[in-house]
Write a new protein. Structure first.
Length: 443
């Protein structure tokens, strides 16, 4: 009985909490990941050097390195060093200073060689940069929870000493080989300054220092950036897709690429804003949907939105469809249209014949969406039901729902169910079509 109640509670939580931001940071979880044997050795050596165990590990939120322990060769010798991110337990909450502690293995034992205080109150990500010196730089994205500020701090370990090479403030950023020359670049959106046009900059390491190689204006409507996705355009060119807010409940996507001349000099390009006008407004949308690689081919699809029939901006709640576009040669091309149910964890691709003539209603008690023909002449403008999609506990399906619904997918004790409409309509679809059009979103 307890298990079924727990499943019901999870389903309810999905409805109420989907899309909400988690501000505590991974390091504030009650049960942090267990340490493996090597990490435990590093931990013992570090706490011995610090003469205290009253510290709390800090975990990067994104990127390749999600552990508080980064094991990598970051100096001139042939062995790995250990980087450990932590904060003192005595400091209040998640606003205390973050430290990076460096250890090296000497004669089979881990030995502390340095400890530095970082800026920020949480770690966004950690990247090891190849800048052509033979020794990687450590790029650490740091966030301030209090004011939303961000700083990219770049460190280097040389001669057994950890030093700060450079530091950049940013709204959003990507650290990658953007110019495809084998070396790591930085692309960042500069902080917004009142009455000054905000720019994106391409930064590379050259002659012992970081230099701005190119800059380009960004969409002035953007109030804050959300996520950045590394991908490709349909032409095969690498691009950065920045999802960003233009208001409290509205978003857009900005796409940056780079062009290199015959001398190897790069120029940063904003494909969606030329400094005076937007390439298109199709990516302007209600907040919630982010860029996604639906084809798993590296080409990124950009979302836009349209209200379903019967709903408008003043309807609460409003339901809308998400149009998915690829950007090519200066314009968007729609590849499909989906009903995205982030709360219940699935997407349903709309048949083309449904667009503009089918709407939805939601039954919160059943966790069920029903698609119906929109008929302005009918009561409530609701014509015949075409399809219902429901999320339920497997036990409920086995005991009471199996006669009315058909199983389309399952994950653990959660099942995704469909019920086809029984009215005669040229918009009816088969169960096979439903299964092809249904995608369970990865959590």
């Amino acid at each position: 009985m307890k298990r079924e109640k727990m499943i019901a509670l999870i389903l309810s939580a999905l409805v109420f909490f989907s899309g909400c931001g988690y501000s505590g940071g991974v390091d504030s979880l009650l049960s942090p990941p267990r340490l493996n044997s090597e990490q435990n050795e590093v931990w013992l050596a570090m706490t011995k050097a610090l003469q205290t165990e009253e510290i709390r590990l800090v975990y990067p939120q994104k990127g390749e390195y999600r552990s508080a322990f980064v094991m990598a060769n970051i100096d001139e010798d042939a062995s790995n060093e250990a980087l450990v991110f932590y904060r003192p337990v005595s400091a209040a909450g998640n606003t205390s200073e973050i430290h990076i502690h460096v250890l090296d293995r000497v004669e089979g034992e881990w030995v502390s060689i340095g400890d530095s205080v970082l800026e920020g109150t949480q770690i966004e990500d950690v990247t090891l940069m190849n800048v052509g010196t033979g020794v990687p730089f450590i790029a650490i994205g740091l966030n301030y929870v209090s004011d939303g500020g961000n700083v990219l701090k770049i460190l280097s370990l040389s001669g057994g000493e950890l030093t700060t090479v450079s530091s950049f403030n940013y709204q959003s950023k990507a650290v990658l080989d953007f110019t495809l020359n084998g070396l790591t670049d930085i692309v960042l959106i500069e902080p917004k300054v009142s009455e000054v046009n905000t720019q994106a900059t391409l930064i590379s390491y050259q002659n012992g220092r970081f230099l701005v190689k190119s800059s380009v204006a960004v969409d002035p409507r953007i109030t804050r950036y959300s996520t950045v996705t590394v991908g490709y355009l349909p032409s095969g060119e690498q691009a950065l897709y920045f999802d960003a807010y233009t208001g409290t409940d509205t978003m857009t996507t900005e796409i940056l690429s780079v062009e290199t001349d015959w001398r190897g000099r790069p120029t940063l390009l904003n494909l969606t804003y030329d400094g005076t006008s937007l390439a298109s407004g199709l990516a302007d949308r209600f907040a919630g949907s982010l860029c996604y690689d639906w084809g798993s081919d590296g080409v990124i699809e950009v979302p836009g939105s349209r209200l379903l029939p019967g709903y408008d901006d003043d309807t609460n709640p409003s339901f809308y469809l998400t149009d998915w576009y690829v950007f090519s040669e200066g314009e968007y091309s729609r590849i499909k249209t989906s009903f995205m149910n982030y709360a219940l964890g699935y997407a349903f691709d709309f048949p083309e014949s449904w667009i503009g003539s089918v709407s939805v209603r939601y039954n919160a008690y059943r966790n069920e969406i029903t698609f119906y023909e929109y008929d302005e002449t009918a009561e409530g403008s609701q014509g015949e039901d075409l399809l219902s999609l429901r999320v339920a506990a497997r036990k409920d399906y086995d005991e009471t729902l199996k006669n009315d619904y058909q199983l389309i997918e399952a994950k653990g004790q959660i099942v995704y169910l469909a019920r086809l409409g029984d009215a005669v309509s040229d918009k009816n679809i088969s169960l096979a079509q439903v299964k092809r059009s249904f995608t369970r979103l990865q959590s």
